[in-house]
Ligand binder design. Structure first.
Ligand code: ATP
Ligand code: MG
Length: 850
């Protein structure tokens, strides 16, 4: 048994021989009722309901290899030879069957007979006892180890901090016993160094046996559990390192494809320099982590699971650049992981496209600010200190996760003023309302779970309900968390945003809904008391009768937009093909956004066809039927299921006359005609292989179409006027400009002392004169910079959008702008940036037209 694959299989079949049922790895994402960690961090975690007696185990004895991810270990990765974030944990579990004796005997047999480890190099630790728990040393374990042949001097008692396992509060718990491999006194820090030493890497822990025998009560006392359980965990990577006798987990066979790819892509060998060693380890470990996490459908964000993904992507991106990799490289890194692990984990192969898209989009996004952020960091470091303000700017403006800033500072022996940083972040949150809501998620979760009841969501049928406040927590500043017995408020989910709404009391006191938090089948609400309406947050208390209202003027257009999203999805599949898959959506009252997979920009004809078909389906007034059904039935109906979405056994189906069938928890209109007119505002790119459509319906669509018609009339008048006017030769010639570049059918020019109408005229003239489909013209006038982007419809059809472009390029001239997809302009206070703006424009055009 040598390779990691052999060890993995050897372990599972060994325990099968001992009567254990082999079970598959659970998802990396914990179940909704497990809020203990963001990602599964041990093989036993998915077994918790069995240990707690809440659910019956599938068998009294089981064995698994579980994918795990340990967020707290992120910063260790790179610095030592054995801490990973993502790893595979082997485990054997006994639910009330064998206990300490069986666990120790099996572990001994496996390492001696199957792995053939050198027994003389093995040590074990046991629980030393704990006066606070009124426990003596774990004499039973000590005796068992001695009886099985472990010399007394290699049995090391350690305190509760190391060798006592609990769920982190009241619940099942017990002592544990860890098995260590001794690499030899030569690599130790001192002669008498023992397992558990944190100064050197002489002893490597590879297997932990947990003896679950007590229940911890809230008053701190222990009583024996009615049934004793065994949970063990052994990291595949660490045991492979021991079996293969290599210097680090990264030198084991399971990493070789990945390590070779990193060396090739960077041109730098592992071990070349301390920097290179660290970078290779970070890339190899985080590369596995990000690939497995993205395969679960998680996307980068600023909180929770998404933030963990963002942190490891950005940390890996930074280390890759440091050893000379050419971005984008994370998709290639993911491919090396898939090659290495795709056979054991087919979900990686299945979701390869989605993994690439998520990683590359995040890498590009960070790439835009990374260089400038590093410059700021270097400047701050040169001053000898990273202030809280620097750290804040790095995070808020340049997207450097605080942990990355701290790591960079540590590398240079500098500190970060994190107190000041935390204060600035808190202030920033106060200012931004979304921030206020975001910062309270954890608190809301605790609040909801301690309330002791579930809120009944009645928002599918009603937008107004008389109900009672069942729980309340003041947050200060007029804000409070509340749980209602019944609630009409839809908490953001399935792309649909949180409802707007108010709470009203009979005495006139009012509070506005600021955020609704969704938990599995439950919700908590954040309100802000309306000043002058009869008092502050103190006016609301547990037991109050209240009216909870979602304004119809907000809910109705939201429903119209949600149903329109389903209509659009189906029309895109009809027009473009079945490869179109939803990649994200945002349903708001004023507009909708739909992201989908498609390799290139829609042509003008495709876009028009999609819009036309959607309106036909709307005017056909198809009924929208909503019902719940077992997931198997829904599958038979061909219901569309979203990648990365977790569905229960009973699913909610939104069925538009059998033509579009999707699983969805959102709010919808009753028939398509209620959507009203549907108009596409624009189409653009969102990273490799994905497109975005923004559209409006109902009243918003009417207003938009009306404006479009008015502009067309004005344009006709203008054309008429120009046609009649005499040609303006000499005046035109007086304008000073210079063509600086060209990219395909697009010209780039710089002018002097022009802005507004004349600058726009120049862009038209350049297009005529140069027979170009597009013109980017920048100018400096009176110390300010101006920019016009003028595009033909055909370029818009190929994914360029003048409005988006001027917003992006406006950053270089220190300003912003707007306009229409075909013609937009920006102005700013930084004349020095016009060349950069044009250069960035050229890059954007090249990328869109390649
Ligand atoms: P350490 O003290 O080395 O961080 P631990 O006490 O956190 O380890 P356990 O929680 O007991 O480890 O996990 C059980 C087994 O999982 C360990 O014996 C080891 O083989 C493996 N393991 C734990 N953490 C890691 C990690 N960060 N990287 C690789 N393997 C790990
Ligand atoms: Mg640990």
């Amino acid at each position: 048994m040598r390779s990691s694959a052999e060890i993995r299989e050897g372990f599972l079949s060994f325990f099968e021989e001992k009567g254990h049922l082999r079970r598959p790895s659970a998802s990396l994402i914990p179940r909704a009722d497990d809020r203990s960690t963001l990602y599964i961090s041990a093989g036993m975690q998915p077994q918790m309901p069995f240990f707690l007696g809440r659910e019956a185990p599938p068998a009294p004895l089981t064995t698994t290899v579980q994918k795990v991810f340990r967020t707290p270990d992120i910063d260790e990765v790179g610095l030592d030879t054995y801490h990973l974030t993502f790893f595979e944990m082997l485990g054997n579990f006994s639910f009330g069957q064998y206990f300490k004796e069986g666990a120790i005997a099996y572990a001994t047999e496996f390492v001696q007979e199957r792995l053939k480890l050198d027994w003389d190099r093995l040590w074990v630790t046991v629980h030393a006892g704990d006066p606070e728990l009124k426990l003596g040393p774990d004499q039973v374990a000590i005796d068992l180890w001695e009886k099985i042949g472990m010399p007394a001097e290699r049995i090391v008692p350690l305190p509760s901090s190391e060798n006592f396992w609990s769920v982190g509060g009241p619940g099942p718990c017990g002592p544990d016993s860890e098995i260590y491999y001794d690499w030899g006194v030569e690599v130790g820090c001192a002669e008498g160094c023992l397992p558990g030493c944190s100064r050197c890497e002489r002893f490597l822990e590879f297997w932990n046996l947990v003896f679950m025998e007590y229940e911890l009560h809230p008053d701190g006392t222990l009583t024996p559990l009615p049934q004793q359980n065994i949970d063990t965990g052994m990291g595949v990577e660490r045991i492979s390192r021991i079996v293969q006798q290599v210097p680090s987990v990264y030198d084991t066979d399971g990493y070789q494809t990945i390590m070779a790819w990193i060396a090739a892509a960077s041109g730098v060998a592992y071990g070349d320099s301390p920097d290179a060693t660290k970078a290779h380890r970070v890339l190899a470990d985080h590369g596995r982590g990000m690939t497995f996490i993205a395969a679960e459908g998680v996307t980068p964000s600023n909180e929770g699971r998404g933030y963990v993904l963002r942190r490891i992507i950005r940390r890996a991106a930074q280390h890759g650049l440091r050893i000379g990799m050419q971005p984008p490289f994370l998709d290639g890194l993911a491919d090396s992981v898939i090659e290495e692990m795709g056979v054991a984990y087919p979900e990686l192969v299945e979701h390869r496209g989605d993994i690439h898209r998520v990683l590359t989009a995040e890498e590009e996004r960070f790439g835009e600010t990374l260089e400038r952020g590093m410059k700021l960091f270097d400047e701050a470091a040169a001053r000898g200190e990273i202030t809280g303000d620097d750290a804040f700017t790095l995070q808020a403006t340049y997207g450097f996760p605080i942990e990355l800033t701290m790591e960079l500072a540590r590398e240079r022996g500098l500190g970060v003023n994190d107190e000041e940083f935390t204060r600035l972040m808190a202030e920033h949150r106060e200012i931004s309302r979304a921030g206020v809501a975001g910062g309270n998620v954890q608190r809301a979760a605790e609040f909801a779970s301690s309330a002791g009841f579930r809120t009944e969501f009645v928002g599918y049928e009603k937008t107004e309900v008389l109900t009672q406040i069942g729980a309340l927590e003041e947050l200060g500043g007029g804000l409070f968390l509340a749980k209602l017995r019944e609630s009409p408020f839809y908490p953001a989910g399935g792309g649909q945003v949180t409802d707007a709404g108010v709470l009203e009391k009979e005495d006139g006191a009012r509070a506005e809904l600021r955020e609704a938090y969704r938990f599995d089948g439950d919700q908590a609400l954040l309100f802000e008391a309306v000043a002058g309406s009869g008092g502050g947050a103190g006016e609301f208390a547990v037991g109050d009768r209240v009216k909870a209202v979602v304004p119809w003027s907000v809910r109705f257009p939201t429903m119209a937009n949600h149903t329109a999203t389903h209509v659009l999805h189906e029309c895109l599949r009809e027009v473009l093909g079945d490869h179109v898959k939803q990649a994200g959506s945002a349903v708001r009252p004023d507009k909708l956004r739909f992201d989908f997979t498609h390799p290139q920009a829609l042509t003008a004809a495709e876009r028009a066809e999609v819009e036309k078909r959607a309106n036909e389906k709307i005017f056909a007034n198809l009924p929208v039927r909503i019902y719940e059904t077992p997931i198997e039935e829904a599958r038979k109906l061909g219901a569309m299921m979203l990648f990365g979405e977790k569905y229960g056994d009973i699913v909610r189906v939104v069925d538009i006359d059998g033509w579009s069938v999707e699983l969805c928890g959102g709010t919808h209109v009753r028939s398509t005609a209620e959507i009203g007119p549907f108009a596409i505002l624009g189409e653009s790119s969102v990273g490799a292989g994905a497109r975005r459509i923004e559209a409006v319906t109902a009243g918003e669509a009417f207003a938009y179409l009306h404006e479009r018609a008015r502009e067309a009339d004005l344009l006709r008048d203008e054309l008429e006027r120009v046609r009649k006017e005499p040609r303006k030769g000499p005046a035109e010639a007086a304008v000073e400009f210079e063509i600086v570049d060209r990219e395909g059918p697009v010209v780039f020019a710089e002018a002097k002392e022009l802005k507004g109408g004349p600058l726009r005229d120049l862009s038209d003239r350049l297009r005529r004169q140069e027979k170009a489909d597009g013109a980017f013209v920048a100018s400096v006038d009176d110390g300010r910079a101006y920019l016009v982007v003028n595009l033909d419809d055909s370029l818009v059809g190929r994914g360029l959008d003048a409005v988006q472009l001027v917003r992006e390029l406006g950053k270089h001239i220190g300003g912003g702008g707007g306009g229409r997809p075909t013609l937009a302009e920006a102005g700013g206070k930084n004349p020095g940036g016009v060349r950069d703006a044009l250069a960035a424009g050229k890059k954007a055009v090249a990328a869109a037209l390649q």
